[in-house]
Design a protein around this ligand. Structure first.
Ligand SMILES: Cc1cc2nc3c(=O)[nH]c(=O)nc-3n(C[C@H](O)[C@H](O)[C@H](O)COP(=O)(O)OP(=O)(O)OC[C@H]3O[C@@H](n4cnc5c(N)ncnc54)[C@H](O)[C@@H]3O)c2cc1C
Length: 410
């Protein structure tokens, strides 16, 4: 293999380029990215960068020096518009085409928009949060006036982190969530309700089970906010800033005519191949995850999975489809809210069985163990990182739920 194109200049793509060089690949690496920036990290965008405790430069993953050390051919500010699988060719939005022996697909995911808000953007007070530019523009809006009223739509992890950071900046924050119990689809109703209670105890108003009908510009001179969020039951929330955090969609539209299987992400085998000579990684990839004697197609939007998948995909490309090993991580995720860190190992589901094996909600520190079909599925902890990591070997070895509970309770 003499040349590789990496499409998507962010975490998974960057880790792929690093792994290619670490494995001794001497050929040409072209890194194509829609953003003008070299790769940077996204987790600080809802935390330290938004709060202003980190300068944006601290989130950088790869600077010019590192990029030149790795002899990366940067193709930034360019969007890939199509892929020819047989010809291993990537079409770009300037009409040019790049070809190579191998391709890494790593175009990540993009925020879902609220229907009906297409004409509204940051200058109107409506924000999403995915890029460093999003984070800086949101921060500017939050700090441009005294105690702005902020409405956060969505009490998932990103929405909750934004609410937490906004509260820390002294904003008046309301979170609107369509589910009765936020995060219950991931952590179940009991742990979900505990996480949701963090908003109230930190001065943030959380409204659950509410349907948002529309967002409108406030009327000039009416004394209302710049925007108003109208609920289906007629209630209206005026806001200076509205942040929409209702999840992301995999960025795969540019692959639609490629012939690859697109189904909630680009579908990969267990080694991250989508076709011979083409691999995928990160938030856009739905791969066959073999674990615990079973297999399932999963797409996991976590920093650690994206980082490891980028490196694994590059190694798979160099090794070849026949001999590459399966990518079988134990997913890990964290979220920082209101000064606490929520950590999750494994892949929990909302209807898993759940037992608290250590600590309690009252203490604010606990370990929750999740099982399904008699097997250990996941472990979640607040304030108990060492105990959480103690479950890693059990997840790796496909422990039974009973064995996991015995471990946790011992
Ligand atoms: C605000 C925020 C906070 C987060 N916090 C946490 C956290 O606390 N813990 C955690 O585990 N995870 C967190 N995550 C998730 C984590 O950052 C993602 O899982 C990770 O960024 C995924 O990396 P990726 O490289 O797959 O995709 P992305 O980071 O989405 O990067 C994809 C890149 O591809 C580019 N691109 C897209 N389409 C094209 C195209 N057609 N042509 C060229 N380029 C294209 C995009 O512009 C982007 O730069 C957070 C994410 C966000 C947004």
């Amino acid at each position: 293999m003499d040349s590789v194109i990496v499409v998507g200049a962010s975490l998974a793509g960057w880790r792929a380029t690093e792994a290619l060089r670490a494995e001794g690949f001497q050929g040409k690496i072209s890194l194509v990215g829609e953003e003008l920036h070299l790769p940077y990290d996204r987790p600080p965008l809802s935390k330290q960068v938004l709060a202003g405790t980190w300068p944006p430069e601290k989130a950088v993953l790869a600077d010019k020096k590192r990029s030149s050390e790795l002899r990366i051919h940067e193709v930034l500010g360019r969007r890939a518009t199509g892929l020819n699988v047989a010809g291993r060719a990537v079409a770009l939005d300037d009409g040019s085409t790049l070809t190579a022996d191998g391709i890494v697909l790593a175009t990540g995911a993009a925020p879902r928009r609220l229907p009906g808000t297409e004409s509204l953007g940051p200058t109107d007070g409506l924000h999403v949060l995915r890029t460093i530019d999003d984070s800086l523009s949101l921060r500017a809006a939050l700090t441009s006036r005294e105690r702005p009223r902020v409405v956060v739509v969505g009490a998932g992890f990103i929405g909750s982190e934004v609410a937490s950071t906004c509260a820390g900046l002294g904003c008046e924050v309301t979170v609107l969530e369509v589910m009765d119990v936020p995060l219950s689809n991931v952590l179940g109703p009991v742990v979900g309700a505990h996480c949701a209670s963090l908003h109230g105890t930190n001065g943030v108003s959380l409204r659950t089970g509410v349907g948002l009908e529309r967002i409108e510009r406030g009327e000039a001179g009416s004394g209302s906010g710049r925007l108003s969020a109208h609920l289906r039951d007629g209630e209206v929330f005026d806001a200076d800033v509205v942040v929409v955090g209702i999840g992301v969609s995999p960025s795969t539209s540019w692959l639609e005519s490629s012939g690859l299987t697109i189904d909630n992400g680009v579908v990969c085998d267990d080694r991250l191949f989508v076709a011979d000579g083409i691999v995928a990684a990160g938030d856009m990839a739905r791969w066959l995850w073999r674990h615990d004697g079973s297999e399932e197609l999963v797409r996991i939007e976590h920093w650690e999975v994206a980082a490891n998948a980028g490196a694994a995909a590059a190694r798979s490309l160099l090794t070849g489809r026949a001999d590459a090993p399966s990518f079988t991580p134990i997913p890990y995720f964290w979220s920082d809210q209101y000064g606490i860190r929520i950590q999750v190992l494994g892949n929990p589901g909302g209807d898993d069985e759940m037992v608290i094996t250590e600590g309690s909600f009252e203490e604010g520190k606990f370990v929750a163990v999740f099982g399904r079909g008699g097997r250990l599925r996941a472990v979640m902890a607040i304030g108990k990182p060492r105990q959480l990591m103690g479950f890693r070997p059990l997840l790796q070895n496909g422990a039974s739920f009973d064995d996991a509970l015995a471990h946790g309770l011992s």
